[in-house]
Ligand binder design. Sequence first.
Ligand SMILES: Nc1ncnc2c1ncn2[C@@H]1O[C@H](COP(=O)(O)OP(=O)(O)OP(=O)(O)O)[C@@H](O)[C@H]1O
Ligand SMILES: [Mg+2]
Length: 258
Amino acid sequence: MLNINNLSKSFNTGTENEINVFEKFNIHINKGECTGILGANGCGKSTLFNIISGVLAADNGDIVLNGKNINNLRENERAQFIGRVYQDPSRGVSPSLTILENISLSDKKCQKYTLKNLINKKNIDSYRESLKSLDLGLEDKLNTEVKYLSGGQRQSLSLLMATFNKPELLLLDEHTAALDPKTSRLIMEKTQELIKNHSITTMMISHNIKDVIKYSDRIIMLDKGKVMLDVKNGEITEKELIDIFNTKNYDSYMDEAV
Ligand SMILES: Nc1ncnc2c1ncn2[C@@H]1O[C@H](COP(=O)(O)OP(=O)(O)OP(=O)(O)O)[C@@H](O)[C@H]1O
Ligand SMILES: [Mg+2]
């Protein structure tokens, strides 16, 4: 489904501040699965998403999605088939536009439009239905500017928008980290419902080990730009994951697992 081959990326190359985030990194993501991605701060998780989504160019390597090399596609071209939700609830939405305008924008991602023809009145009922599925009453606030919504409401909208056109790949970058525990739970349940209902291949970065275990089909741990642990869900307990995260003792786990 998604193949990343021989990826290399460094920042501040050739200076004393050079950081080699990835060197000949490879990963294969399976179709229809939710792959949870764990790893310490700074290990390269968001950089990986930035490279997949075209925000950053790789120094070397290939990004192949469904058999198509997407290296040369720009971020906005990739956005037609890659959805992304960020940690910051204001990043996935346009705060000064209304809920209706935001959702129309995500619907029009694949088409040409002007601000004048942004909203197609014929679609409003179906937008209302989609919003209703969030259970937040947003369907009654279509003309409210998104800046007046709470973080949880914005993040729910952002999730709905990222999945609106059933992307080939969904990238979730700590998308519940800024939310209170109850809202975070609600968004995770909604995430699971959306990705399972539409079989959306998903990569989910999270520091919440419980969520990763509960919602992922496969769990990957990155360390210093390398895949150090790659297990199917059910092959590892929460305690083992926490121990490995804290001790970085991957080898002994892999030996035990064999
Ligand atoms: N645009 C950039 N310019 C320079 N350095 C960068 C840039 N983006 C990321 N880095 C560096 O690359 C490394 C990996 O950063 P990245 O944001 O991918 O980490 P992360 O695994 O997502 O961490 P976190 O869990 O804190 O979000 C860090 O050392 C970071 O400082
Ligand atoms: Mg990050």
